[in-house]
Design a protein around this ligand. Structure first.
Ligand code: PLP
Length: 394
């Protein structure tokens, strides 16, 4: 008898990023030299002092369960980081450490969203938000944003999207996939709207916070009127090149944080103890470790943007943070010729087959007009990829 799966599995989609990545791997296994620009993780090794701390932690016997919300030292270090770098005041009871920022987001959505609740998500967006809301039986309200408005949600669009069932808004700054960063003034305009709708909770995904070339980024949690109804999500994956440690955290009102800890206690129990020790070392590490990686991303951003700008049919938004470029490709003949909804996928497939360069179609982020290229790879590989793309698009 076939296994009868629960409906919730059918309500969500498999990751298109992973699908493109698998396409690239298949071609590579046939001996083709594929340049993979699908990756959503730093190409740098985890810095040595963090590795040393992890090894030391293992040798010292930190190989057991920890308290559900995380070891006290790490929760205190997170409070200190939020105070020092973001001007945010939280007590350790407000912090829950999880297996990646992804789990932190999932816990918050499970804790806040119920059947029929609407969650506003500006697109292009990281699609896991959409699927997480669906898993909570909520209704994602995906709001398109425009390149000419810097891929930032506008106050009027937010006002128009909020209705009686709106439970939350998710903001991601710097954004995956566009690299857009909300300045304090831009956030203030959105907060003014939220002030008129006190039932709407704000989830602020700040995982790319340290990779901000604009220096303009701010946390919406710093607006006093959002006190108690804004949760901050962050982690060590992107800033410290620690994706495999699976370590993220949330900071929220202690009542909400304790609801999230309750959910975590019945799912993964706690983040790995060794990863928590490594994260503690990361948060206390020399700021130059991150600064050097960010300087390299900034150089690559400049390289990718200048090369993409030289291509006909593309419109390029200059990323202000994170490590992705999201050029608009709707000026290309192959985009126009493809069926609606499959147009960015057609360009991605063309680039994979003809240029042996793997990218992620914008449709994976709820926007079929663009493509995501990750610049978390060396300048030499980026140059080679852009040479190939230029040849194919010419
Ligand atoms: C926007 C965004 N949020 C959250 C995450 C999750 O990061 P992690 O679970 O590795 O901490 C990612 C990872 O790709 C991301 O791009």
């Amino acid at each position: 008898m076939p296994i009868s799966l629960a409906d919730r599995v059918n309500s969500i989609s498999p990751s298109q990023t992973i699908a493109m990545n698998e396409g690239a791997r298949r071609l590579a296994s046939e001996g083709k030299d594929v340049i993979d620009l699908t990756l959503g993780e730093p190409d740098f090794p985890t810095p040595e002092p963090i590795l040393e701390a992890a090894i030391k932690a293992l040798r010292e016997g930190h190989t057991r369960y920890t308290s559900v919300a995380g070891i006290p030292e790490l929760r205190e270090a997170i409070c200190a980081k939020l105070r020092r770098e973001n001007g945010l005041e939280y007590s350790p009871e407000a912090i829950v450490v999880s297996c990646g920022a992804k789990q932190s987001l999932s816990l918050l959505i499970q804790a806040l969203v119920g059947p029929g609740d609407e969650v506003v998500i500006p697109a292009p967006c990281w699609v896991s938000y959409v699927d997480m809301v669906k898993l909570a039986e909520g209704r994602p309200v995906v709001l398109p944003t425009l390149a000419e408005k810097g891929y930032r949600l506008q106050a009027e669009a937010l006002e128009a999207a909020i209705g009686p069932r709106t439970k939350a808004l998710i903001l991601c700054s710097p954004s995956n996939p566009t690299g857009a960063v909300y300045s304090r003034e831009e956030l203030a305009a959105l907060v003014e709207v939220l002030d008129r709708h006190p039932q709407v909770f704000l989830i602020s995904d700040e995982v790319y916070e340290r990779i901000d070339f604009s220096g303009q980024g701010a946390s919406p949690a710093s607006f006093p009127s959002l006190a108690g109804r804004c949760a901050v999500v962050n982690g060590v994956s992107k800033a410290y090149a620690m994706t495999g440690f699976r370590l993220g955290y949330l900071a929220a009102d202690p009542r909400l944080a304790s609801a999230c800890a309750k959910l975590q206690g019945q799912s993964t129990t706690c983040a790995a103890g060794v990863s928590q020790r490594a994260a503690l070392a990361a948060l206390g590490s020399d700021p130059r470790l991150v600064a050097d990686m960010v300087a390299a991303y900034a150089r690559r951003r400049d390289l990718v943007v200048s090369r993409l700008e030289a291509l006909p049919g593309l419109r390029v938004f200059r990323p202000e943070g994170a490590f992705y470029a999201f050029p608009e490709v709707r000026g290309l003949a192959a985009w126009k010729a493809a069926p609606e909804g499959r147009r960015s996928a057609a360009i991605s497939s063309l680039l994979l087959e003809k240029a042996l360069v793997a990218t992620v179609p914008g449709s994976a982020f709820g926007d079929d007009s663009g493509l995501r290229l990750s610049f978390a790879t060396s300048e030499a590989r980026l140059e080679a990829a852009l040479d190939r793309i230029s040849r194919v698009l010419a």
